[in-house]
Design a protein around this ligand. Sequence first.
Ligand SMILES: *Cc1c(COP(=O)(O)O)cnc(C)c1O
Length: 385
Amino acid sequence: MKTSFSDYVNERKRQGLYRSRRLLDGAQKPLVTIDGERFLAFCSNDYLGLANHPKIVAAFKQAADIYGVGSGASHLVIGHSRVHHELEEALAERVGRDRALLFSSGYMANMGVINALAGRGDHVLEDKLNHASLLDGALLSNAKLQRYFHSDPSNLEKRLQQLNADGERLVVTDTVFSMDGDVAPLASISSVCQQHGAVLMVDDAHGFGVMGGGGAGAVNAAGLSQQDVPVLMATLGKAMGTAGAFIAGSEDLIDYLVQKARTYIYTTALPPAVAAATLESLRIVSDESWRQEKLQHLIKRFRLGAHDLGLALMESKTAIQPVLVGTSEMATGMSDALQKQGVLVTAIRPPTVPKGSARLRVTLSAAHSEEDVDILLSAFENVLK
Ligand SMILES: *Cc1c(COP(=O)(O)O)cnc(C)c1O
């Protein structure tokens, strides 16, 4: 029990771990206004630049005229509107699954699904670098949680072999790791799971919209079917530019979750207008594939420039391009120095990442221009001097 809030906060400040928020005026886009000052931001997960897309905004407004603002209740009580249902069908179709189920956020989807699938006496095996919501889901479930070595199917296999025969086995991994940007070896993990009778769940928060045909995600890009990856989760607040999340899988899985997932049952449905806006996002993602292509181009440009500057890049081909720094103080110092030059990059520190691996998490978006990337690179160059 924390007896003194201020002691805790002061200690965090002393360690360079204090968390604070920037107050943004206006929409999410590369050029943001904070306290009347303009900054070029490389922190958002709006990878395709859709959070402020006029057509998506228009769809949102139009739906608000029809459906109002609030959904009024949970999906099971009276909050499940036609537009929610249409979105579920469109999402299922996009990712090539039987059905999809909408959740209000990715955090809630992960908590709800893991708790519905695993309980006392079961085993949950997670990649060491999985997102916090996946770990929290397993902790709350009372299942036995093991964390296997990062992106290491043979370590996963060894752990599965050592389990006793009792209980269900659920293996959970991010597709694209949120603080590193690398992609899990999904095909190998899937085959290990199938050989050892484990159910595989993947979190495609950073792949959906950006990777795969029509933005169908990292699982689609890896060519894995519903049988290979029976539980597929993705979020709508990142590349899709709206809000919420979904789980996709078999008819039976979705029916089961409707009965069992507490974060689905006991919460108010997303505003229907958010669902309508997301339907428009889905259309734009497949119609405007130039967004994915432009993003890839900017990623290459950034990596080349950063390499020339001698920045410590990570093994990432995705929009998440962290620059490893080391200590929390150094990361915060660099982030502040970049900010003084008008460039925003968030410092990510422990416990979000392992000790000694504090980093600047650069994220790129199709909404950035080549010039924006060059400005970022020269800001880094000045900071290094
Ligand atoms: C952002 C994120 C989530 C949480 O999704 P929200 O919709 O923001 O709650 C879950 N998993 C991963 C890997 C994420 O990056």
